[in-house]
Design a protein around this ligand. Structure first.
Ligand code: SF4
Length: 72
């Protein structure tokens, strides 16, 4: 799923906030249908993945969960 559309799951610096939000929403929809969503999310949280949508969670959501402040 995500391997086929990696650009959807990661943002680049020159993207607007609205584009980022649209991409995150679309990525999360794919994650919601993924058979390994729970394992993927657990991996991302355990390994403190900083970037991209993993297991249906955005970067900002994982940062909040970890108690980090995201500045970018
Ligand atoms: S849950 Fe993980 S493996 Fe599945 S589509 Fe989302 S990012 Fe990819």
């Amino acid at each position: 799923m995500c391997q086929d559309v990696p650009d959807l799951f990661y943002n680049s610096e020159n993207e607007s906030r609205s584009l980022r939000r649209r991409k995150e929403t679309a990525a999360k929809k794919l994650c919601a249908q993924c058979p390994v969503i729970q394992q993927c999310r657990a991996h991302a949280v355990a390994h403190r993945e900083l970037y991209g949508v993993w297991g249906g969670m955005s970067e900002a959501e994982r940062h909040r969960l970890a108690g980090r402040v995201r500045t970018g």
